[in-house]
Write a new protein. Structure first.
Length: 702
């Protein structure tokens, strides 16, 4: 068994999840599974990064590496849907290696061996390890678990040691990325002049009246458009109409959902098994042998949620009683039997806010205690505990509002456990509780309960029978065999009464065809093998067999007029309508006179329009119109007609309240600097990828 699984068994925690978190930090993304028939193709280039071609073999090796890491951290093989993420992570890793490693080398950024040791077992253990090696009840980091984990490496086989070495490599890559991002983020700076502009934009307010004239006031039939105008517009605005690899398909779907007979069979079986369960002496054996659930016999502790399909139908449950069968939202039939209820170890629920004192001297501890007492006083005066926990909490529970969940007394260190179990009612404990970890503010949310429930669950899935699936496949296979081209495809569908569905502008990386999920095989066929007019073989999807016909496909690059005619016509038509509206408004000096020209126009009163707005209430996105209003010199003036995507806007300035001068703009400087720093990581990543001219052809293979 994998090393990570051994570690999980020894520590009770999935250490390997760390690798996944680091991968997502460094990368991110989503894709799909290989088409094995293409592995021997001569066209085995899956992309380019910084001018270097990436072969299918290179990419497949990287995918296997990430797949192996997935198995190490979960103890299982990834599902097909999980492989989507695995493959995308592998691709992004190759981009990072090509692009960022060169940047690190230029800047001389490194992670020394001593630094790496400190990261995994020293005084500055990486957050990924600290977040995983915690007591799940207390949320406290447990260094003993880390020591136990590292000691397992001494007896691990070479392959398992290599897995940890790969994880250490990820730690190092993560640290390099942090150094690089911080180097750039801390270089972000906002000047006082920028801060003044930010203050002005946020606090300059106009009282305005806005006339909105939608384009539909002029009928489309009144606008004549020449072919040459469409061509000229497209040539001038090509950047708006870049097209990717897309295809238009038609397809016929043959359902393999359960039939009425399948449903009757399952109902008959669940009813029979329910009667057996009602009188059974050994409930666990019966449900283990017959239930489709992996763990059909479960003990629910105090605080554990019983299945909603039981509680919503049965109300209060009684030991020895059988409930069901019920139909669940997942199209399963389920019956429950309360096999046993007994009194056991009490469990209760509480939330806390930890003010850590680890590694501090007495002076430091005193300062922390004073802060904790101040927060406790604020909370006693009707403070929001969850909000305070998120603000002040210094352990893994902070992000959950300090909630510790349900726990037994022995799950906690003695001072904490004694304090919470001594509570006679729910609510805030009156004083701080000190433990070896620091000072705790505690809110008791549920008093101790001790009733345990053993529940036997008999669940049967409603799935299509072999007979149903075989009938659907025979129909699909016959249809595909008789449809040699698109014309025959259409004729045969009409003759047999099959509905032909269209999927237009399907992206090369899509996974779905309209509402058909996991249709990647069909899309790969369309982009890698098929020519327009061809008909596919039968493809099996989640709940149907599909036969498709490729209507057309487009290559990535500049758009041709026939590809984007509808969008170009709309833009040209709107431009012409805007000019016609402006012409009809010429000579009118008030908004009211202008409104009289168009009965469908409307005047909106906007008393609090801000300079930094981009949306006008009741109208929509109109940044040019807003800029024109604030560009007016005096009250009563009106703007020229402004063309926006939504229509034509004319504004009148009724009153302008300039932003008041303030003595200190540092808060605005800080806001701008922080916003810039937060954007920096993403901006740099996108910029480097653009410079590397990344080309992705994986859609032909995955």
């Amino acid at each position: 068994m994998a090393l990570i699984k051994q570690i999980r068994q020894r520590t009770g925690l999935a250490i390997g999840v760390i690798a996944g978190g680091l991968i997502l930090f460094l990368l991110g993304g989503d894709l799909l599974s290989p088409n094995s028939s293409l592995l021997n193709s001569n066209q085995n280039i899956v992309g380019e990064i910084a001018g270097e071609e990436i072969t299918l073999e290179e990419y497949s090796l990287k995918v296997e590496e990430f797949k192996s890491m997935f198995q190490q951290r979960t103890g299982r093989v990834p599902s097909e849907s999980e492989m989507v993420s695995v493959r995308e992570q592998a691709w992004q890793a190759m981009i990072v290696e090509q692009v960022f490693d060169e940047e690190y080398e230029k800047l001389g950024l490194t992670v020394s061996n001593a630094e790496l040791v400190d990261m995994v077992q020293g005084k500055n253990i990486v957050p990924e390890l600290r977040a995983q090696l915690v007591n799940p009840q207390t949320g406290q980091f447990d260094k003993n678990q880390l020591i136990s984990f590292l000691q397992t490496l001494e007896t691990a086989d070479p392959a398992q040691q290599a897995a940890w070495a790969q994880q250490e490599k990820l730690f190092a890559q993560s640290r390099l990325r942090i150094k690089y991002d911080n180097l750039l983020a801390t270089s972000e700076y906002a000047t006082t002049a920028e801060a003044k502009l930010e203050h002005k934009a946020a606090n300059t307010i106009a009282d305005a009246s806005v006339l909105f004239i939608p384009y539909y006031v002029i009928p489309d039939g009144d606008v004549k458009i020449e072919e040459s105008e469409l061509t000229a517009y497209l040539n001038k605005n090509q950047e708006k109409f870049k097209v990717g690899n897309t295809a238009n398909l038609e397809y016929v779907s043959f359902s393999i959902l359960p039939s009425g007979q399948d449903s009757s069979t399952v109902i008959e079986r669940i009813n029979g098994l329910t009667e057996e369960l009602r009188s059974a002496d050994n409930d666990s054996v019966l449900v283990s042998q017959n239930s489709d659930l992996q763990n059909p016999f479960v003990t629910y502790r105090p605080g554990d949620q019983l299945p909603t399909s039981l509680t919503s139908n049965a109300g209060e449950i009684v030991e020895g009683q059988t409930y069901g069968p019920y139909v669940t939202a997942n199209s399963t039939y389920v019956t429950y039997k309360v096999s046993d209820q007994y009194e056991g170890t009490p469990r209760m629920r509480a939330s806390h806010i930890l003010f850590s004192t680890e590694g501090m001297d007495e002076t430091g501890k005193a300062a922390v205690k004073a802060q904790a007492e101040t927060v406790l006083s604020d909370l006693k005066a009707n403070g929001n505990f969850a909000l305070a926990a998120r603000q002040y909490g210094q352990d893994g529970t902070a992000q959950n509002g300090g909630d510790l969940g349900w726990f037994a007394k022995e799950d906690f260190v003695e001072p904490f456990a004694n304090a919470v179990y001594a509570a006679k009612s729910t609510g805030l404990l009156p004083g701080l509780v000190e433990t070896e970890y620091g000072y705790h503010i505690i809110d008791v949310t549920e008093l101790p309960k001790s009733t345990y429930t053993k529940l036997a669950t008999l669940e049967l899935e409603l799935v299509a029978s072999d007979a149903t699936r075989n009938e659907a496949f025979r129909n699909a296979d016959s249809f595909a065999a008789e449809s040699g081209n698109r014309n025959e495809f259409t004729e045969n569908a009409t003759e047999n009464g099959y509905r032909v569905l269209q999927a237009n502008n399907v992206d090369a990386t899509s996974r779905n065809l309209n509402n058909l999920q996991n249709a990647r095989q069909v899309i790969i066929w369309a982009f890698s093998e098929a020519s327009p007019g061809e008909v596919s073989e039968v493809y099996e999807l989640d709940n149907s067999y599909v036969v498709a016909s490729l209507v057309s496909k487009k290559e990535e690059g500049e758009a041709k007029l026939e590809d984007v005619r509808e969008q170009v016509e709309q833009q040209v038509r709107n431009d012409k309508k805007a000019a016609m509206i402006a012409e009809k408004l010429a000579g009118k000096t008030t908004l009211e006179e202008m409104k009289a020209v168009f009965t469908d126009a409307a005047i909106n009163e906007i008393p609090d329009l801000k300079l930094n707005s981009s949306v006008i209430a009741g109208i929509g996105f109109a940044p040019k119109a807003i800029g024109s209003i604030f560009g007016l010199q005096s009250s009563g003036q009106i703007t020229k007609p402004v063309q926006e995507d939504i229509g034509v806007v004319v504004g009148r300035l009724n009153n302008l309240t300039p932003a008041a001068e303030i003595g200190d703009y540092t808060s605005y400087q800080a806001q701008l600097t922080m916003a810039g720093a937060q954007r920096m990581t993403y901006t740099i990543m996108m910029a480097l990828q653009d410079l590397a001219d990344v080309k992705d052809f994986r859609y032909k293979y995955y």
